[in-house]
Unconditional design. Structure first.
Lengths: 67, 256
């Protein structure tokens, strides 16, 4: 297990890639974008990037919004 | 007779861009978008609710393959946050046409033009095509264009105010000075406001609250579609001159 900050909250998650984490959360990888320690992680590389202790991840998607 | 407009090389028929916020539910939102005829909708970028990943998503109701999603930085108060948000949006959606807005304060939601200009430069350098929310100032509009804005989007009145176009003169000056599309963004309250924007020669109008907060949003969406089309036609047809006194429409000759 590793301890990470996921969308602002501390969480214990299983070690593995970011793609593993996204899948374990039940999210469709095609509908989200991931930022790790303030750097975008391209979707094509999500499976290659291993989670490290203390990583700060942001997982975002599109929601309704106006001007 | 097709009357298209294009932004950054992409052509659209509808000159109405609608937001996707403040609706009762996704069904109503989708119905309003359909009634508006809009081909572009603005969307926000927010954290996924990781505790409820099965919650319905906007993309389940408004198909990004049919409707162009225009990611928007609403809620960002400095250039860094706005740029970061749009980098994520580009990764999530895979397109670079975006709407930049950097707000100055919560009370008026007026743009912070210094941060907006800075963000425009950075985004253009990174290959984004930013459509930029701004004050109704022809000089600021020119500066944004020089910085790489692909469209100028001056406010007609504060966001969500429904006050209508407060300064027609400055909007018109922006239209006359710009070589990129100009779209009124914010302030429209009802159909006549949208028509005014189009009669001033704007290329389009963006609105959200005027439709979402109407008692019958779907009907208002249709009204806005018609108003934008009417205003555009009125602009292209070249309106009559104004006189200070009456001028009879019926011939004076042959009166009994």
């Amino acid at each position: 297990m590793v301890s990470i900050i996921l969308n602002g909250d501390e969480r214990q998650v299983r070690s593995g890639s970011i793609a593993d984490l996204v899948a374990s959360l039940g999210l469709d990888v095609k509908k989200v974008a991931v930022e790790r320690n303030r750097e975008i992680v391209p979707r094509s590389t999500l499976a290659d990037v291993a989670l490290a202790e203390g990583d700060a991840l942001e997982i975002v998607h599109f929601v309704g919004g106006g001007c | 007779m097709t009357d298209q407009w294009s932004v950054a090389g992409r052509s659209f028929t509808s000159r109405l861009i609608v937001g996707t916020g403040k609706y009762k539910d996704f069904e109503q939102n989708a119905a309003a978008v359909a009634a508006s005829g809009a081909e572009i909708v603005t969307v926000a970028v927010r954290r996924v609710n990781v505790s409820d990943p099965t919650a319905p998503m906007l993309t389940d109701y408004i198909d990004p393959k049919k409707i162009t999603y225009l990611p928007n930085t609403a809620g960002c108060f400095d250039a860094d946050d706005a740029i970061r948000t749009l980098r994520l949006a580009r990764e999530a959606g895979g397109w670079d046409l975006v709407k930049l807005e950097v707000l100055g304060e919560a009370k008026t939601l007026y743009p912070n033009m210094r941060e907006t200009l800075e963000a425009t430069k950075v985004l253009a350098k990174e290959g984004f095509l930013p459509m930029v929310y701004c004050v109704d100032d022809p000089i600021a509009a020119k500066q944004l264009e020089d910085a790489g804005a692909v469209a100028i989007m001056p406010l007609g009145a504060p966001i969500g105010s429904g006050l209508g176009i407060q300064n027609r003169v400055t909007i018109r000056l922006i239209v006359e000075g710009a070589s990129v599309p100009v779209l009124v963004d914010a302030g429209v309250g009802t159909a006549s406001d949208a028509a005014v924007a189009m009669e001033l020669g704007c290329d389009g109008v963006l609105m959200n609250t005027a439709i979402a907060e109407a008692k019958d949003p779907v009907r208002m969406a249709r009204a806005m579609k018609l108003a934008v089309e009417a205003g555009r036609d009125a602009y292209l047809s070249g309106r009559m001159g104004q006189r200070r006194y009456a001028d009879p429409s019926s011939p004076l000759a042959g009166l009994i």
